[in-house]
Design a protein around this ligand. Structure first.
Ligand SMILES: Nc1ncnc2c1ncn2[C@@H]1O[C@H](COP(=O)(O)OP(=O)(O)OP(=O)(O)O)[C@@H](O)[C@H]1O
Length: 821
């Protein structure tokens, strides 16, 4: 699924939890920062000089250290015989060792492992390197070692190791749960060998499923299956080594494909997906990094999260955010979910770019959605602004049909295949092929369709009715409003920055409170009636974060997280005076937000430069180290002082080409408005006691040149709902909110007062106190739904106590009366 550098928007499933440690980032600054989620393409892969994924050269200790795994202690190499796939053998899982001890680290090789491209260009396979000698791991400082939780990490094999009859050569890439190597068989044939390195609960099963599926696919559009060792302590399988490069790298290096080339690519991919469909499976992770291209041949790789389609729902959110079909965010897998991703993939192939938030629009796309008017790169002042990439008109209608919001409005693969073939043969395809019976039943007659030219676009209105063409109007209709504005919270970098921290530290329980506070701050209407818990769950799905657990001794609450983050106050001698405290450096670029402006005054940044990284779940070193504000070590302080993001001035002046509601951000608007609040929170509480990192003096930045937004384009965008306006609620409203939050407390106090003062003999009603308590609970619940931070559990417990107390009093007094006292 991923190449050496996990991409932005590629939230590797197994980068969560106790999976292997990803490659160290090339840029330290980038490494320190959480990053953008939805950029379509990953950061550039490391160069040959950079550490390779091969463990021997990977300085990440967790990656290179053979440690005990959940399947048992790691072995230096796997010599087990291959398993014939036709026989399903249950995998023995040895009990984990009771007392895991750090295992030796393979000695680093003297020469860096050659980069895949270098190795592939060579005709001769490099001679197998001798297995590295284990050497004792360097002793960690005692206090630090004690602070580190013991996490089982499956070892990552080194070049030169043998698996079955194969000798591993260089690493070709890795994802969250497996590493792929070029390997040489005893008979000198070359294969791509995939080794399981992730430690998810179901990693073994998923891995075996991938191998079995690959075998069944028999090389039709996928690498040919060769052999597997699934019973091994570290399972592996060998497959055809597909020459060439990924589509992502090809587009980056050689530019976008022409319309005809993209249609040729579409044909091969649709055929491959039809084969997959025959096997009743879905790929679920179609993206340019998962397509190998070699000349005109395209091969789909990485069936790691392919799902054999047996139900309408999935328990596991999966996919790469930028290319994910909207229904997958809600865990509803549909047989046409791959059709959606393929549509966006073709857009990327043909234009070399993918607008950031297409799958968050909540409606069918229109032609203007497909191009991003803002240039992707740094433009010197004197240069003319580059034209936005144009989509081939034949592809455009195809892409618009394939990316319809409702899965059953998308054409089936068979129809897409027919249209693509017709286009490649320069004949006119039947226009009804791009429609579905569902779409027709929603309001378009076959006659209407036949009246449209075959190459025409059939934009949807909302996602139910087709646009009825008005002969007097040539412009595109304005689509209906965005239906799910709260989805845009994922672009809110202030919120996402805190959530990424909370999650990285293992405090998922605190996240709900963070969301509740944030929504209450920016306006409850943004939540669109969703509860903080629902929003939090959705964000976890969208980011593919798995449930984490907090470090021992800390409650999984916001308070617990704060305590974890700042257990000790910073001594006065080390505190930086508030006024001289430097502004925090923007740590991350989240989708749609802008990157820091370059230093050179002659250049401006139009959008994300360099490509931002995704929030990689659970990569924060803080989860191991805990807050150490007093320790001045650069690594710790770099993370511990990770500040709330601040938009650099040059970037704030950028024109938004999308309305704020659908743009990365509710984003720009609310992101900015909440930035101050978030920063305030940052200073006041969330990172109390942590000093922000020093920041170099701000560089002078040129005013960005603003491309005047073409009016029709802006008009064609959805209008911003009220939720989008940058806002901080006016003080009377905030005061009213604070007063309202006091009402349930007062009601509860009244209930308790009644309870303790009521006098049975005076005939006081026993129901008054419970009634007041219930009213307090109800009001608190309403306020909570409205986005206020209320502790519902407190009201529930209090109501129960008042009820029980009243009942007890009533029982006592009636007994007393009956006895005649
Ligand atoms: N058959 C193959 N031939 C050549 N190169 C391959 C082959 N399979 C994978 N690769 C290379 O290895 C890289 C990683 O492969 P893949 O995406 O399958 O890894 P993964 O560990 O399954 O990813 P994830 O865990 O994210 O699902 C690819 O980007 C590609 O460069």
């Amino acid at each position: 699924m991923t190449s050496p550098a996990t991409g932005v928007g590629e939230v590797a499933p197994a980068a969560v939890g106790p999976g292997p440690v990803p490659l160290p980032d090339a840029e330290p600054a980038a490494a320190a920062a959480p990053a953008s989620v939805l950029d379509p393409e990953p950061a550039d892969p490391p160069s040959a000089a950079e550490p390779s994924p091969a463990p021997a050269s990977d300085p990440a200790p967790a990656s290179s250290t053979p440690e005990p795994t959940d399947d048992g202690p790691a072995l230096p190499s796997d010599q087990s015989p291959p398993t014939p796939l036709s026989v399903d053998t249950p995998t023995p899982v040895p009990a984990p060792p009771s007392d895991p001890v750090p295992a030796p680290v393979p000695a680093p090789p003297s020469d860096p492992v050659p980069a895949p491209s270098e190795a592939r260009s060579s005709d001769q396979a490099p001679p197998p390197e001798p297995a590295p000698e284990p050497e004792p791991a360097p002793a960690a400082p005692a206090p630090l070692a004690a602070a580190l939780p013991v996490r089982p990490v499956r070892r990552i094999p080194a070049s030169g190791e043998r698996l079955g009859r194969f000798t591993l050569a260089e690493a070709l890439g890795h994802g969250g749960f497996a590493h792929v190597y070029r390997a040489v068989a005893d008979d000198d044939t070359e294969v791509a060998l995939k080794v399981l390195t992730g430690l998810h609960d179901d990693a073994r099963d998923r891995f075996a499923q991938e191998a079995h599926l690959l075998e069944r696919l028999d090389g039709r559009g996928f690498p040919r299956f060769v052999e597997a060792g699934l019973d091994a302590d570290q399972p592996w399988f060998a497959m055809e080594l597909v020459p060439g490069t990924t589509l992502r790298d090809r587009v980056r290096e050689e530019g976008p494909l022409s319309g005809h080339e993209a249609l040729g690519l579409a044909k091969q991919l649709v055929d491959a997906l039809l084969v997959l469909q025959e096997e009743r499976a879905l790929h679920r992770d179609l993206k340019p990094a998962n397509i190998m291209v070699d000349g005109d041949r395209a091969v789909l790789i990485d069936l790691g999260i392919a799902k054999v389609f047996d139900a309408a729902t999935s328990t596991q959110p999966a996919g790469t955010v930028s290319y994910m079909a909207p229904e997958l965010f809600g865990r509803r897998v549909h047989p046409r979910s791959d059709v959606y991703s393929l549509g966006l993939l073709l857009l990327y192939a043909n234009t070399g770019t993918l607008p950031l938030d297409l799958n968050f629009l909540g409606r069918d796309l229109v032609p203007t959605d497909l191009v991003d008017e803002e240039p992707l790169h740094v433009v010197p002042d004197d240069d003319p602004l580059p034209e936005p990439p144009a989509v081939d008109r034949h592809l455009q209608s195809l892409i618009l049909a394939m990316t319809r919001y409702q899965p059953n409005h998308r054409p089936p693969l068979e129809n897409i295949a027919s249209v693509v073939r017709a286009r490649l043969a320069s004949t006119t395809p039947d226009p009804t092929l791009m429609l579905t019976s569902q779409l027709l039943s929603d309001g378009v007659t076959a006659a209407e369709v036949a009246a449209l030219p075959a190459t025409d676009v059939l934009p949807g209105r909302g996602h139910t009715k087709l646009f009825q063409r008005d002969p007097d109007r040539s412009d595109t209709p304005t689509p209906s409003r965005v239906t799910e504005p709260w989805h845009a919270l994922v672009y809110d970098r202030a919120l996402m920055s805190v959530l990424a921290e909370v999650h990285a530290d293992g405090f998922d329980g605190a996240a709900e409170q963070v969301v509740a506070d944030h929504v209450a701050e920016i306006g409850a209407h943004v939540a669109d009636g969703r509860t903080p818990a629902e929003i939090k769950d959705w964000i976890w799905q969208a980011m593919r974060w798995q449930v984490a657990s907090p470090p021992d001794g800390h409650a999984d609450t916001l308070r617990g997280w704060r305590a974890f983050r700042s257990p000790e106050p910073v001594p006065a001698s080390e505190q930086v005076p508030a006024r001289s405290r430097p502004e925090p450096v923007p740590p991350a670029v989240v989708p749609g937000s802008a990157a820091p402006a370059p230093a050179a005054a002659t250049q401006v940044v139009r959008r994300l430069v360099p490509p931002p990284q995704s929030f990689e779940p659970r990569k924060s070193p803080v989860k191991h180290l805990g807050p150490a504000p007093k320790q001045a070590g650069p690594k710790q302080s770099a993370h511990a002082t990770r500040p709330m993001p601040v938009t650099p001035p040059a970037v704030q002046q950028q024109p938004a080409s999308r309305p704020p509601s659908v743009q990365p951000g509710i984003g720009q608007g609310i992101g900015q408005s909440t930035q101050q609040n978030a920063r305030q929170r940052f200073r006041q509480g969330i990172q109390r006691g942590v000093r922000p990192a020093a920041q170099p003096a701000a560089q002078p930045v040129a005013q960005p040149r603003v491309r005047p937004a073409p009016q029709p384009v802006v008009a064609a965008r959805p209008t911003a709902p009220a939720a989008a306006a940058p806002r901080r609620r006016p003080w009377p409203l905030r005061l009213l909110g604070a007063l309202l939050r006091w009402v349930p407390r007062l009601l509860l106090l009244g209930a308790v007062y009644l309870l303790v003062t009521q006098d049975a003999q005076a005939g006081d009603p026993y129901l008054a106190a419970p009634a007041l308590a219930v009213a307090a609970l109800g009001l608190a619940a309403l306020l909570r739904i409205g986005g206020h931070a209320m502790r519902i559990w407190f009201y529930v417990v209090s109501t129960l106590l008042v009820g029980v107390g009243s009942a007890a009093l009533w029982a006592t007094s009636s007994t007393t009366l009956q006895l005649g006292y």
